[in-house]
Design a protein around this ligand. Sequence first.
Ligand code: SAH
Length: 251
Amino acid sequence: MDKINSKMDPMGRAIAEYHKTGTADRLRVFSPMFEEDELPLPTLFRSYEEMPEIERKALDLAKGKTLDVGAGAGCHSLVLQQRGIDVTAIDISPLSVKTMKERGIRKVLEQDFFTLHEQYDTILMLMNGIGIMGTLERMPVFFKLLDRILAPGGQVLCDSSDICYVFETDDGIIELPDDTDYYGELTFQIQYKDTIGEPFDWLYIDADTLTQQAEENGYTVEVLAEGKHYDYLASIRHRDLHVLSALQKNT
Ligand code: SAH
């Protein structure tokens, strides 16, 4: 993925305006599957107290050198930095990066996550951060990247949702489509004022599918918490090291 041109950066523009003025227009989200939706700006600036429980849990589990992937306005990085954790926020949006710096986050990278080489002990991917994989087919690329940037014994903390509920009929039966590759693969487009971003693929992955993908690529998944609406928090670790530490605990 290339760095995005700030002219085409609707979310970054909204984040920057909200940061400067304390108010913003509607950040509009379009997807062929849904009615037009909106992402409220205060959500992107949420405090620890305002975060859903699974995000608070993820922050409480973060330790060591930590990376906040697709950090947006930097809400998670800010909490961790205040706790004295060595956290780096990364985002491809130039305006989000500028805003995070203005908000006092000391380590901020304007870079595509997939081009990283440095290693981290904790990699946070919150608010469905794993969505940036776009499609299930690209998951092996993600695990290849983890081979490089997840430190030995390190953890990825990510949340996602099983969006099967979208396919619930009026009778309460879930009928998954059989004409698509994987039902969690969506396409979105975002608009802020007259700035309209390119359409992009965004993946929602259920815990079983994530576990299966991880196993196939040498990793192990543990579901740490379940949210109120088909959402969950999971950790991803290197499989061999995980087995080793479980063995050590038992001896
Ligand atoms: N973590 C934020 C969510 C921000 S929305 C929060 O919980 O509030 C997702 C963010 O991911 C956007 O800011 C977008 O610019 C960023 N992003 C998308 N693709 C990326 C990539 N390849 N590398 C780094 N950041 C990316």
